[in-house]
Ligand binder design. Structure first.
Ligand code: PLP
Length: 394
């Protein structure tokens, strides 16, 4: 007897569980996670702020509150995002969510009817794809080049799918590829969204983690027609365990988003919101971000140098200018066999097809994370990976 709703029955366990069943091995070197570095957490400061909250304002931290989120945090974010040109006229408010992930869930629930299309980059972030799938959206994955999503294919998809609920994009240091969408491509995507009057959901958890190159304006900054809904997160700049993210966009969308939050979590937990507020206002938050940028710059360089030194030249790697990931592409052969052999030798990477709209589509790529493993693990893991690669590609 199938007791599950149609929405959930359509969600299948991932074909890559084959890889993840090895992950509990304590000797496994994981390049497969999406976690920040354990060195990135300012635990002592968080401990001090926690004590202060419990001493001076325990009731606010422990009591029910409003669904929009902790007002001082929203005001501060509104002011910061206004300065950056992200929050602007026509936007209603900042809504605090349980991480950026909840924004994807809320937006889908709000504006995507069952069977309507969500257009995304291919590959794209698996957590968002699963949120979209859970509302029975039809997913259209559009291939990317080094500048971002393919414009011609995007326009064809918009033409072929008049019932497109929104376009989902991760323009900065995309998960999983590490790619950054160029300014020209951002403008062109916005022009298409305008032409077809489609909402864009811009997911930006990595934007502050740029460690090379020049900042590029966000889609939300460039948007003059209020088409972009923006999602941010403190998961990669403070701590993912706090579950603090936020969204802003047109008033009609954010006002309805509050109703969704009321119906699901009531509100994001107050204590981590207060902690986040105090951390960004009472400490030198820019210095903290700068520290993370240096940390990830070093780790990315260590991994890329090691890959360049030891991997067969036929295997291509993206050169990210920020974020937590890079993307390898094999010249041919069997990507899944490569990933399985790597994990059997105690190095885990994520097979690229996990990030596709349809996992069965052909894929020669795999994702590597450089933030979570220690420097020693990066060196040792790449050495193992290159031995595996050489048996298959030299
Ligand atoms: C592109 C992207 N969006 C959203 C998220 C969700 O992050 P969180 O809910 O922790 O803010 C992640 C997490 O890895 C991500 O990579």
């Amino acid at each position: 007897m199938n007791i599950f709703s149609e929405r959930i029955s359509s969600l299948q366990p991932s074909a890559i569980r084959e890889i993840f069943k090895y992950m509990n091995d304590p000797e496994m070197i994981s390049f497969a996670a999406g976690n920040p570095s354990p060195e990135a957490f300012p635990a002592e400061t968080i401990s001090r702020i926690t004590a202060d909250i419990m001493k001076y304002d325990p009731v606010t931290a422990l009591q029910y509150s409003v669904s929009e989120g902790y007002a001082p945090l929203r005001d501060r974010l509104k002011s910061d995002l206004t300065q950056k040109g992200i929050f602007k006229e026509g936007d209603d408010d900042i809504i605090i969510t349980a991480g950026g992930q909840q924004v994807m869930e809320i937006i889908t629930k709000l504006i995507c009817n069952e069977g309507e299309t969500i257009i995304c980059e291919a590959p794209s972030f698996i957590g968002s794809l699963n949120a979209f799938r859970s509302y029975k959206a039809k997913l259209a994955g559009i291939p990317m080049d080094d500048e971002g999503i393919d414009l011609e294919k995007l326009e064809s998809a918009l033409r072929a799918n008049p019932k497109t609920a929104f376009i989902y994009l991760i323009p900065n240091f995309q998960n999983p590829t590490g790619k950054c969408t160029s300014l020209a491509r951002r403008k062109a995507v916005l022009a298409l969204a305008e032409k077809y009057r489609v909402t864009i959901v811009e997911d930006n958890p990595y934007g502050d983690l740029r460690f090379a190159g020049m900042d590029i304006p966000n889609l939300k900054e460039l948007d003059t027609n209020n088409l972009v809904v923006y999602a941010g997160s403190f998961s990669k700049t403070l701590a993912p365990g706090l579950r603090v993210g936020f969204m802003c966009g047109r008033a009609d969308i954010t006002q309805k988003a509050v109703v969704c939050i009321q119906a699901s979590t009531v509100h994001t937990s107050m204590f981590p919101q207060m902690l986040t507020y105090k951390f960004i206002t009472q400490t030198n938050f820019s210095a903290h971000i700068e520290k993370l940028q240096f940390l990830y710059k070093d780790k990315a360089k260590l991994m890329l140098d090691a890959l360049q030194f030891s991997m067969p030249v036929s295997i291509d790697f993206t050169q990210p200018e920020g974020g937590l990931f890079l993307w390898g592409t094999l010249p041919g052969g069997d990507m899944m066999a490569f990933c399985k052999k790597a994990v059997q030798n105690k190095v885990a990477v994520v097979p690229g097809n996990a990030f596709l709209v349809d996992e069965r589509d052909p894929c020669l790529s795999f994702r590597l994370n450089f933030s979570y493993p220690s420097n020693e693990q990066i060196e040792k893991g790449v050495e193992i990976l290159s031995k595996v690669a050489k048996t298959m590609y030299s």
